[in-house]
Unconditional design. Sequence first.
Length: 311
Amino acid sequence: MQKIVLMGECMLELRQAKDGVMNHSFAGDTFNTAVYMKRTFAQQDIAFMTAVGQDSISQQMVSACSSENLNNQHVFAHGDRNPGIYLVQTDEHGERSFLYWRDTSAAKQVMQYVDQQAIAELCKADLFFFSGISIAILEPQDRDAFWAMLAQLKQAGVKIGFDPNYRPRLWNSTDEAKAEFATAYAASDIMLPGVDDFKQLYAIESLDDILTFCQPFDIEELVLKNGPESVYCQLHGQLTHVAITPVTNVVDTTSAGDSFNGVYLGARLAGKDVTTSINLAASAAGIVIQHPGAIAPADAFDSLHSILTKK
């Protein structure tokens, strides 16, 4: 059985319904990716790596991981910190905005629980995946330990996957983000950025400029999400373009990229070719954005399972 570990922060998601009732669930970019990967490729061992508190909300969060059949082996319990919280608001076009309360999130200190025994277990994985948010939230003094851990994983033969998922508010400066991202690019075997990541951080957005920028990092598999209409993949220097039919019934774009990442990575690990993997991932994202919140109902994926059984 293939094993994938995804590191990041799961938060308490608050969403106000039309009747004024505040609903809650759990979400976070790499957590969402893990959920959608496991839902689509149940045979894969998907582990989410984070730190939570010992409060009742943290216990509910761990239960949520278990209910999605995620491996909780790398979920660490912090003695005196709690999960982060965010409030999501969507406009009439399904575009979302967020308010965050995460300064004392337990996930910020996850590296303080990663000893050599934990790293030895991580070295058994086939793929380790993280995002720009995963490293942005870490305590600055813990980032060296993270990069040292990543180097050990690579040396052990673990593939490294990365989505920049650049969020300016999480960084002290663009220079700080660029420096950390450069280290991530150099370590990555698979990278899944959006064009917007490069536009915001480097003021480049054309395909040629992005490919030229990435060339020195020797990334084996570069998957570039170009909005709702197309995806490019450069694998071993060969470029593939896949056109996507945009979804017209957009309810909430939260987690579109996360679901794409999960299904794409799961498909590639399952032996699917690039074009098939992109189409499956785009179908997943198209399903997710037709539902409110980061985590769509499980039965919404029945149509995707039907596509998989035909391939």
